[in-house]
Ligand binder design. Structure first.
Ligand code: FAD
Length: 471
């Protein structure tokens, strides 16, 4: 007998439910597979930085699987449709008797898995809810509906965790003889952009170290530091969670080891809450597959007359809007593939509510740059900011980008880090540098604001109001 583990967004050997299940019996041969649907990645605007991160993890995974006696097959194909044939082919060649995989909750992925199970009707297929602490469907309202609001979802979620904590499963032991250490490096035929290995773990081992360090040393300051982009106060584990180099169960267990009262609202509770947002959005796309199809949660918001101003979109993308906190944030994104959460909210709000540009443009651009690009979280974040989502910011609440900058980067430390043109602007002028420069008769090598916030705000309110009237 031979078992095949199909890896997708679960690139780790620790606490991997499908891998553990496939290896449970010592009698069988176990093989691992990764399929790279490169055209599909292109269509979904996968960031070259995420591709480089993925490749690094694939090579590390190949090593750790080899040490355990599990060969790793990597197959490039065009798209999901072609992956079905690729799996079938591997199953035939290696006389596979059972297929193990961890569920993905995105619409296309679910369609693909259903088609694979159909095509492999003679093989036992087993799927696992591995990328979440609690499976979609297990945290529902009294009427067995998915929650639409986060707070009651979180309350029910915490209740479930207190009843029974999801445990981590062990990595598989060594099977038969270990494979040779010298392995052919894996390559991917997809554009890549190097990532900063000090900021993002290159392999599973360093991801686990980062997680433990964060839980031991930083979680207790998270509540007070997480909103300030100049401080390195968040875990930066999102890229690992997006590709499953870490599991959320590992995060939970590491957190509780360092702070056993996190479930009771004590130290660590705020970080746990962010992990629950991640689960919320995963559960949501499972129950509302339209979210994966570029649809807003609130249908009426599709009546908003978005602006087609390409120049404004490009200015936003390149960090040339003339609003320092927005521009610094976009440059952080473009240069590192990551952006601080507070800034993601600010720049998303700016694109949608100051430039009145369709949130889907922002969603797509983020995917094309983010090392942690994740459909559920990204879509959730964009729909929250655009007020098109469930439990989103109400549409009439519009961030003022200047006061956001003043509140969350009061000294301009973050701004100066990313906008060298503003290094010499005095702190009291850093959030509106042109007002100061004009008075001082200085010319800055920095764009003037591309919109007037007050006016833009009124236009946006009018556009949403008009859309709602068409309801
Ligand atoms: P921490 O603050 O340390 O949080 C721990 C983990 O919790 C994160 O790694 C992440 O997995 C999860 N998490 C935290 N906040 C959220 C949230 N609001 N929603 C869902 N999960 C969360 N996150 C992504 O992983 N991928 C995305 O593509 C993505 N796009 C976003 C787009 C917008 C417009 C917004 C507002 C948010 C987006 N987020 C996304 C959520 C959040 O900004 C990032 O998860 C976070 O900044 C990652 O940094 P960290 O790992 O240091 O997070």
């Amino acid at each position: 007998a031979s078992h095949l583990v199909w890896f997708r967004a679960d690139l780790r050997v620790h606490d991997n439910l499908a891998l553990a299940a496939a290896c449970r019996s010592s009698e069988v041969e176990v093989l691992a597979l990764f399929i790279a649907p490169v055209k599909q990645w292109q269509q979904h605007s996968m960031a070259p930085r995420q591709a480089a991160f993925l490749l690094s993890q694939l090579n590390a995974l190949q090593q750790s699987l080899a040490k355990r006696g599990i060969p790793f097959i990597v197959k490039p194909v065009d798209d999901f449709a072609a992956s079905i044939d690729a799996v079938r082919e591997v199953c035939e060649t290696h006389k596979v008797t059972a297929l193990f995989y961890n569920y993905q909750y995105e619409f296309n992925e679910r369609q693909r898995d259903a088609a694979v199970e159909k095509a492999l009707s003679h093989i036992t297929c087993q799927g696992f809810d591995d990328s979440v602490m609690l499976a979609p469907g297990s945290v529902m309202t009294g009427n067995h509906e998915m929650y639409k609001v986060f707070t009651p979802f979180k309350r029910a979620f915490l209740r479930r965790l207190r009843e029974e904590l999801p445990e981590c499963v062990n990595p598989p032991g060594v099977r038969t003889k270990a494979l040779p250490d010298k392995l052919e490096p894996i390559t991917l035929d997809y554009p890549q952009q190097p990532f900063d290995t000090d900021l993002f773990a290159v392999d599973e081992k360093s991801a686990l170290v980062r997680l433990q360090q964060f839980c031991q040393d930083n979680v207790e300051h998270y509540d007070t530091q997480r909103d300030f982009p100049a401080i390195d106060g968040t875990s930066r584990l999102s890229a690992c969670l997006a590709l499953g180099v870490l599991s959320p169960r590992q995060c939970l267990q590491a957190l509780l080891k360092a702070h056993p009262d996190a479930l009771e609202g004590k130290i660590g509770a705020v970080w746990l809450s962010e992990l629950i947002w991640r689960e919320f959005y995963r559960h949501l796309i499972t129950y509302h597959p339209n979210l994966c199809k570029h649809r807003p949660f609130l249908g009426w918001t599709d009546n908003v007359q978005w602006s087609n101003d390409r120049a404004a979109l490009v200015a936003w993308q390149q960090g040339n809007t003339g609003f320092p906190i927005v521009d610094a944030a976009m440059r952080q994104l473009n240069q590192t593939g990551w952006m601080h959460n507070r800034l993601r909210m600010i720049v998303a709000s700016f694109l949608v509510k100051d430039l009145l540009i369709d949130w889907r443009e922002g969603e797509r651009y983020f995917m094309s740059q983010l090392i942690d690009g994740d459909l559920a979280a990204n879509n959730g974040g964009w729909q929250w900011a655009a007020s098109t989502g469930t439990d989103a910011a109400p549409y009439f609440r519009i961030f003022n980008p200047t006061t956001q900058g003043e509140r969350f980067d009061s000294q301009g430390v973050f701004i100066r880090q990313w906008l060298p043109a503003l290094v010499d602007v005095p702190t009291e002028a850093i959030h509106s540098p042109w007002t100061w420069a004009d008075k001082e008769q200085i010319t800055l090598d920095y764009p003037r604001p591309i919109v007037d916030h007050k006016q833009a705000r009124n236009e946006t309110l009018a556009a949403y109001d008009a859309a709602r009237k068409l309801l």
